[in-house]
Design a protein around this ligand. Structure first.
Ligand SMILES: [Zn+2]
Length: 190
């Protein structure tokens, strides 16, 4: 990786998302894979948990799109699609039933605002929303709850993931983060 001295390289575990087996066609952020697709070693809060660590980083470095009072919005480093966002409580909580009323309300509100912002910026035709609760249900980082907001376009689920275990992602994460953050409303929406 000849450009590693020009760009600050973060290990994959420093970013948000659920590592998967897919390779991706864009290259700059592939550098983070050099450190391995390291999931947290355990379920403990703190530096071992990407969703605990990210809020302490500058927005650009942590790929943070918006910071709320008790929850925040971040780009998924392992996106299923361009514009794939995660809405996370700051608190290290695994189960949806353990969220406070304030966290439930803000995760929901940020999810709706995320849909509106992604619609404005990227014009998707649909969304997948949801949380994977527990490893058996597909949660890559099960100890810290995160709601997926995945924009969908007709034809986005093409043959590449099946044939080549590769998915074409036309927009770079940093560029998409900047566009979504700029479009985020200044005052909280209801
Ligand atoms: Zn955490």
């Amino acid at each position: 990786m000849t450009s590693s001295d020009e760009v600050e390289v973060e290990p994959a575990g420093a970013f948000a998302g659920d590592p998967d087996g897919l390779d991706r066609l864009w290259t700059p952020h592939r550098m983070v894979y050099i450190g391995g697709q390291d999931k947290p070693a355990d379920d403990a809060p703190g530096d071992g948990c990407p969703f605990c660590r990210i809020p302490a980083l500058p927005d650009e470095q942590g790929l943070v799109v918006h910071r709320g009072a008790v929850a925040y919005v971040v780009m998924n480093l392992y996106p299923y699609n361009s514009g794939h966002l995660l809405v996370c409580p700051y608190r290290h909580v695994a189960d949806y039933t353990d969220l406070t009323e304030a966290e439930v309300a803000e995760v929901a509100a940020l999810t709706r605002t995320a849909m509106r912002v992604v619609r404005d910026v990227m014009a998707p035709q649909g969304f997948n929303l949801g949380m994977n609760q527990g490893q058996v249900a597909g949660a890559g980082i099960q100890a810290h709850l995160h709601q997926h907001v995945v924009p969908r376009w007709g034809g986005d689920a093409n043959f590449l993931p099946v044939v080549a275990r590769t998915r074409a992602l036309p927009a770079l994460l940093g560029d998409t983060r900047a566009a979504l953050a700029a479009a985020w409303p200044a005052t909280p929406e209801v």
